[in-house]
Structure formats: C-alpha cells, structure tokens
Design a protein around this ligand. Structure first.
Ligand code: FBP
Length: 355
C-alpha cells in the first residue's frame, strides 16, 4: 500500500462502524487533576492503572476504534510499576492492539503565551517533530493529534474582542505544518482547533469564531499540501460560553452542522468532536441529533466522537482508584462508549446517563 492509500485507509478505519476515539492523552498535569478528583495521587503506577482499567474493558473494540495516548502511556510497561517497558517486555498498549484498537499519540507539547497577544496561546511541539513521529510510528502508532486553542472574548468599548488575527493565523499554520509532517511519517493527523467554551459569550459568537477558525485551518491545510482524505478533524461543537445560559440541544446541533458544511470539504472522511467540558449526556445528545433524521441535509463526512472527559468522567468516579472496582469503572466507561456509538448512528439510547 502506498503512503497515501495507507493514510486514507487508517482515517476511514477510525470512523468505521459507528465507532469513535477515546482521548486518553491527558498530559501529566491534566491527568493529575482527574486523579485528584477521586483522591488518587498522580504517580506513574496510578496513571497506568487508570489507563489499564479503560483499555481492558471487555468489548471496548465494539465502540472504540482508536485511543489517543500520551507518550508515557505509549511506551509504558504492562506491570504494577508503570515505568517504560524494557526491550521484549509487554507494553500496556498491547491491551489495545490485541483488541484491534488503533494507537494514536499526542505530538504537541502544550501551550505557551502568544507573544503578539499574551492572553492567547500558541501550540508548541515542532522541535524534532519529524523524528518523533517516525519513532512513534515504529512504536506502533498509526495516528497523531495536535491541539490548538482559541479563546473567545466579546469586544467591549475598552477591550478588543478575541481571538486576534495573530492567534487564528498561528493556530491554522501550526496545525497545517504538523499535519504535513505527520503524513510524511505515515501517521494520520487528527487536526484539533479547539475554540474554548470558557466565558459568557453567545452561541452566535461561537458560531462566527468557529467558522472563521475552520476556514483558516482548511486554507492552510491546502497550502501545506495535506491530503484531506488522510486526516480527521477534531472540532468543538458550537455552544454558548460555559458561563452563559445553555442553548437547546437542537440549536447546538444545527449551528455546528451549519459551520461544518460551510468550511469542511467532503474529502475529509470524518469529524470526531471533542467534548470540551460538556456533560457526558450533552455531548452524546448533541452528536445523536446531528446524525439523526431531525437534521436533514448533506453530511458528507462521518460524524463521530473523540471525547476525553465525556467518556471517562463517570468511569473515573465508579472506579475511584480501587482495584476492587475495576469492573464498575469499566461498566461505566462502556455505557458511555455504547451511548456515543449509538449517537454516531443517530440514535439516542434510553437508559440512565450521568453527568
Ligand atoms: O490539556 P491537555 O492535557 O493537553 O489535554 C487536553 C485534552 O483535550 C482533548 O483534546 C479533548 O478532551 P475533552 O473531550 O475532555 O475536551 C483531549 O484529547 C486532551 O486530553
């Protein structure tokens, strides 16, 4: 298979069969906050235990096509100590590969203040990116992820609105260069321009900003020569700010679809949403509505999920870091995975759904 055929085939596989992606690539600081919420220390063995609980869930492969990992997890041994695997030692990710779940890797190295507008950020991670992608590919990864972050602020008489032109340009350029480098190394890039929900802005402002950002991203992807058939887009849904009154689910779904139709070429095989702090139930409901007959019209890409918090929140609580509660954590995780898989088919599953 040529590199191009392989990229297109992996991208398609990641969104086939109404399955979606588990975002388990929280950086050490972020996963530390999740573990702290259940009173568990942020140590390598505990991080491995959390990920092992998720990865070994019976039937995970029915709903989850791939998992995005942090470098530590990709290289971690499958033992109690949670250190890097020595040559020939079993690795934690074999729990995924043996179940047919593809391995993804976060290749950005986090955010830093944007010099032209320090309240905003740009994404770091170009140092040795080509070499790191090649090494991740050799370690079994078939896809990659890079997250750019955009802030919204409503303009007032005294303060300019955000995002600035500089922030949008840096996000779009960075995503395009990353995507081109990943594809050259044989990794399918997940392109994640996240317009943050922080703030009290309206859904209309989120729609306008998301449209502006996605238009800039696809212009840069084209200019960088990225093969659109060999990427996945990971966008935010269009919602009001998290401290504004919530919008009706049908309004969120309609606004999100409208923006995607205006900006994402049909050559892109799949759009896998981030959850961005929405509740588990809301992120599932919005996805189901977008895929349902209630919102007809062209949907030339598969619409699925790549959730972090919205797949893990109730599992984390049910598990609580206790060896005796692994099965309870897995049951909670599989309930969310199944509900999101149903949502990818446009169906809302009956039954309890926690926050
Ligand atoms: O800030 P970090 O540690 O890089 O993590 C950001 C997280 O946001 C995501 O991109 C999306 O996660 P959510 O679905 O929880 O919003 C994850 O893939 C990632 O783990």
């Amino acid at each position: 298979m040529s590199n191009i055929e392989e990229l297109a085939s992996v991208a398609k596989q990641l969104v086939a069969g109404n399955r979606g992606i588990l975002a388990a690539d929280e950086s050490t600081t972020t996963v530390g906050k999740r573990l702290a919420s259940i009173g568990v220390a942020n140590s390598a063995p505990n991080r491995a235990a959390l990920r092992r609980m998720l990865f070994t869930s019976p039937g995970i492969e029915q709903h989850i096509s791939g998992a995005i990992l942090y470098e530590e997890t990709l290289l971690q041994a499958d033992d109690e100590a949670g250190g890097a695997a020595a040559a020939g030692q079993a690795r934690l990710v074999q729990q995924l590969s043996s179940r047919g779940v593809l391995l993804g890797i976060k290749v950005d190295t986090g955010l830093a203040p944007l010099p032209a507008s320090p309240e905003e950020s740009f994404t770091q991670g170009f140092d040795n990116l080509a070499a790191r992608c090649a090494a991740y590919k050799a370690a079994g990864a078939s896809f990659a992820k890079w997250r750019a972050v955009i802030h919204i602020r409503q303009a007032t008489a005294n303060t300019p609105g955000l995002p600035s032109e500089a922030a949008v340009a840096a996000a779009a350029r960075g995503l395009a260069l990353y995507a081109a480098i990943s594809q050259a190394a044989g990794l399918v890039p997940i392109v994640e321009p996240e317009v943050l929900a922080d703030g009290a802005h309206s859904i209309e402002l989120c729609e306008a900003v998301t449209q502006r950002v996605l238009a800039a991203v696809f212009k840069e992807l084209a200019d960088a020569g990225v093969l659109l058939e060999g990427i996945l887009l990971k966008p935010n849904m269009v919602t009001p700010g998290s401290s504004a009154a919530p919008a009706a689910p049908a309004e969120v779904a309609a606004a999100t679809l409208r923006v995607l139709r205006r900006t994402v070429p049909p050559a892109v095989p799949g759009i896998v949403f981030l959850s961005g702090g929405q509740s588990e139930a809301d992120s599932t409901r919005h996805l189901a509505l977008m895929n349902s007959g209630a919102l007809p019209g062209p949907k030339p890409w598969v619409l699925s999920f790549s959730y972090g918090r919205a797949l893990q929140a109730s599992a984390l609580k049910a598990w609580g870091g206790q060896a005796g509660k692994v099965a309870a954590g897995q049951a909670a995780f599989m309930a969310r995975a199944a509900a999101n898989s149903a949502a990818a088919r446009g169906e809302e599953e009956a039954g309890p759904s926690s926050s």
